[in-house]
Ligand binder design. Structure first.
Ligand code: FAD
Length: 412
């Protein structure tokens, strides 16, 4: 087993960490207090610098101007960027674009790639992913209600979506819609590339989340599709491939998110330690002298290390054996890392006291924005049920095998 990143990756990580400290983290005060338009302009200038140092779009294929990193290296990259809410945008690898690039690369026709993939990787446009609906359970998308019906060479979409993150200002949406309600559940839906300028596409509102309506890339749109007509070549992949493509999008996406969350946990723990070392609670002692704080630090450090190893192992499994073979690992990291990250942010706020709930540090932003980690990309309970069920079936099967084998052993 090899635990060292390659020499090339170590150099890259040192460059990213330095760049994040100098260029990205200083933008956070604009994110918390500033004008969103001014922030976009400053972010665009930082993105140019990232292009100049050759680190733009790490997860994208080399032929499209990315770095074409392996899943393990992409994970390490994502952890370093996760230390700031602006890290992924600064380096051109933010959700939902990162996942959309992934599936466009695999399933897009040459025409679709030229029209959407190239400008997306270059950072010239943004996109969104429109699957979840207010009236049907996101945890069971076989119940999706949005319909796409053929009309001549066109498709006509009707339905209501929400939590279409970053729809505000996006150039196109990848929409999941039912194309054959009579097919077996996982062949009912297909994916469509819908330009947001299409008549019938309406951004109804940016949904307010934890007191924050947001705008642009930092928003969650409710979108209505009313007689929204797209041409035949808007279909992504084959008709009925919707679930297959959604599944492919989720595996690498979870490595991206989990390592991003570990970046949040790393920085929150560092902040906790700095505060504990600085904060005098008596004339001769700081918070760091209290055993409860020492225990929190030890537990969090161990939990973060364990979560990182689990996630990098899942990434290694995807690199080595493909996302389907890594199903157990991908389910496990989703709930383990989300909870580790949330506990670290929460305890860091606790150690900061009243300062922790102010917006004078980034902790309260994360507390609000990252609570959703236990819900999107599969709620904790869904992953635990799926993983637990698979483990129990395997145990049953191997017990059955043992039962078959043991009489033979006795006879011998
Ligand atoms: C910040 C944020 C960003 C998002 N971005 C996007 C996006 O860009 N595009 C998009 O399409 N969607 C997006 N989503 C939607 C997300 O994918 C869904 O919220 C998620 O799939 C859960 O669906 P739901 O909200 O309908 O909850 P439901 O399916 O109604 O489930 C509610 C709760 O019930 C429990 N539950 C559900 N099923 C089971 C089960 N089988 N066993 C036990 N308990 C269960 C869980 O606790 C779950 O949290 C986003 C959501 C959030 C919060």
């Amino acid at each position: 087993m090899e635990f060292e990143p390659s020499e090339e990756m170590s150099v890259m990580l040192a460059m990213i960490n330095d760049f994040m400290r100098r260029e990205v983290i200083p933008l956070e005060s604009d994110l918390l207090f500033g004008d969103p338009v001014a922030l976009e302009a400053r972010l665009a200038a930082v993105q140019d610098k990232v292009r100049q140092i050759g680190l733009w779009a790490p997860n994208h294929p080399v032929e499209y101007g990315g770095l074409g990193l392996s899943m393990v290296d992409h994970g390490l990259f994502s952890e370093a960027l996760g230390r700031s809410p602006l890290g992924h945008r600064a380096f051109g690898t933010q959700a939902p674009d990162a996942g959309n690039v992934e599936i466009l690369h695999r399933h897009g026709t040459p025409r679709q790639r030229t029209r959407w993939l190239e400008p997306l990787v270059a950072g010239e446009i943004r996109s969104c992913f429109s699957m979840t609906e207010p009236e049907t359970p996101g945890s069971n998308p076989t119940m999706l209600a949005t319909r796409a019906v053929r009309d001549g060479d066109d498709w006509v979409l009707n339905g209501q979506k929400w939590f279409t993150s970053s729809a505000d200002g996006a150039a196109f949406a990848i929409v999941m819609a039912v194309t054959d309600p009579d097919a077996e559940p996982h062949r009912r839906a297909s994916m469509f590339l819908v330009p947001t300028s299409t008549p019938g596409f309406e951004l109804v509102r940016n949904v307010s989340v934890m007191g924050h309506v947001g705008s642009g890339a930092d928003s969650h749109g409710e979108v209505s599709y009313q007689s929204c007509r797209v041409s035949g070549d808007a279909l992504l992949g084959q008709e009925g491939d919707g679930f297959l493509i959604a599944q492919e999008r989720l595996g690498p996406g979870r490595i991206h998110h989990c390592m991003r969350w570990l970046g949040i946990a790393d920085r929150s723990l560092e902040m906790l330690c700095d505060r504990a070392n600085e904060r005098a609670i008596t004339p001769t002692e700081t918070l760091a002298d209290r055993q409860v704080i020492q225990h929190w630090v030890a537990e969090l450090d161990a939990e973060i290390r364990a979560a990182r190893l689990l996630t990098l192992h899942a990434a290694w499994m995807i690199d080595r054996h493909g996302a389907a073979a890594a199903r157990d690992e991908i389910s496990a990291i989703k709930f383990v890392v989300a909870n580790t990250m949330l506990r670290t942010v929460d305890l860091s706020i606790q150690v900061h006291g009243a300062l922790g709930v102010t917006d004078d540090t980034i902790l309260a932003f994360w507390y609000r924005h990252e609570r959703a980690a236990r819900i999107y990309d599969g709620a904790d309970e869904v992953h635990k049920t799926t993983l637990g069920r698979r483990i129990l079936i395997r145990a049953r099967t191997s017990a059955h095998d043992d039962a078959l084998v043991s009489p033979l052993l006795v006879v011998r």
